[in-house]
Write a protein that binds this ligand. Sequence first.
Ligand SMILES: NC(=O)c1ccc[n+]([C@@H]2O[C@H](COP(=O)([O-])OP(=O)(O)OC[C@H]3O[C@@H](n4cnc5c(N)ncnc54)[C@H](O)[C@@H]3O)[C@@H](O)[C@H]2O)c1
Length: 447
Amino acid sequence: MKITIFGTGYVGLVTGACLADVGHHVLCMDVDQGKIEKLKNGQIPIYEPGLESIVKHTVEAGRLAFTTNTEEAVAHGTLQFIAVGTPPDEDGSADLQYVTAVAKSIGQYMDDYKVVVDKSTVPVGTGDKVRDAVRSQLDKRGLELEFDVVSNPEFLKEGAAINDFMKPDRIIVGTDSERAMELLHEVYYPFNRSHDRMIFMDIRSAELTKYAANSMLATKISFMNEIANLAERLGADIENVRRGIGSDPRIGYHFIYPGCGYGGSCFPKDVQALARTARDCDYDSRLLNAVEAVNNAQKHVLFDKISHYFNGNLKGKVVAIWGLAFKPNTDDMREASARTLMQDLWNAGASVQAFDPEAMEETQRIFGDQPGLTLCGTKEQALKGADVLAICTEWKEFRSPDFESIAAALKEPAVFDGRNLYEPEMLERYGMIYYAIGRGRNQFHGG
Ligand SMILES: NC(=O)c1ccc[n+]([C@@H]2O[C@H](COP(=O)([O-])OP(=O)(O)OC[C@H]3O[C@@H](n4cnc5c(N)ncnc54)[C@H](O)[C@@H]3O)[C@@H](O)[C@H]2O)c1
């Protein structure tokens, strides 16, 4: 099938590559010329395991191509996927300007039947806005062409995006059109062979499903962080509590890891946007507001512990940070907890020596001018001359480090672990003081 994808970010590029991989003919369009240039030269602008080889072989096979030309993009696909960003507006609502711009372009250039498939995460009712935007352009052109609008939210996880796309738990398709339903069925047929993963519904329910899924996951994390904060005050160990409750199949082990807060391009903005949607329809979403407030506070917990360790005097201290990306296996630093920690440390007069296996370029791009930041080529270099170590991302290479050399390199033998990677007893054996999240009374330090 001929498919156009607008937006070649994490979602658009993965979607385009995977659809081309199973045999569809995909044209990816982006307004970012630099990105498209890179892609045309075989460079992948983001770090996503497995993506590069799929892009390479599908381009070579002639099934995946890139363009900045809107007219060419609209002409290519019967299916027009929208996978552009929906960042938070000033009031927390999702900014729909990019989605609407694409919808307008489709109306401006289409000259036969199109299915406009919205993959971006958008508030309930956006399907109607997309339809209106396409139709108003057709009206301007005096055309009465047929088109359908579909909501097809994406559930992939950065870092495991290819696998998630290739083997989805579910494919949500919201539409009121039989014709669009059949086409979407055909698009996704290759991903749907072992059992039927497609769930058809109305557009509004599909739009809400995406927000509900992310908000539920964020709620689990904030809940666990709240219990972790309680555990510190009560002298309990959250890791025991986690195992204790995870064993109940009604609760399960997924997404109940305590830590220094969730980040990324989705959870923070989606929880905020849903709360905003609630306010717009005169519903006070106390739960969603609390999930966000708990998370915002949680991002400062590591700093509070470090500050307490130094009796509130961080001037001139050097903190090594391992992990800058918002989670492992990505270079994405949007809303990452490490950003909050670095900012807190700089505000308190400390400096940072930072290392991340993939996000160094991104850190350089965002914080390159920051005088209190030294970017280090390895995790060992980050420790050299540092007073203490803080961990913000649970990359595999941090899980079993050489504790002896950590203890030897640091001026103070203290590790502040925002992802609970180690056993406290183990670090004690190496003469280190270990501060994690929610692991007993000695872990509580104000805040
Ligand atoms: N990143 C994730 O893990 C993830 C997962 C599920 C859903 N989503 C949702 O998918 C959407 C896209 O997210 P992302 O992380 O891929 O965003 P991104 O910021 O990585 O990429 C968006 C791309 O859209 C391009 N763009 C903007 N306007 C355009 C236009 N008019 N025409 C063509 N391209 C245009 C931008 O240049 C950019 O390259 C968002 O709504 C997001 O909430 C993201």
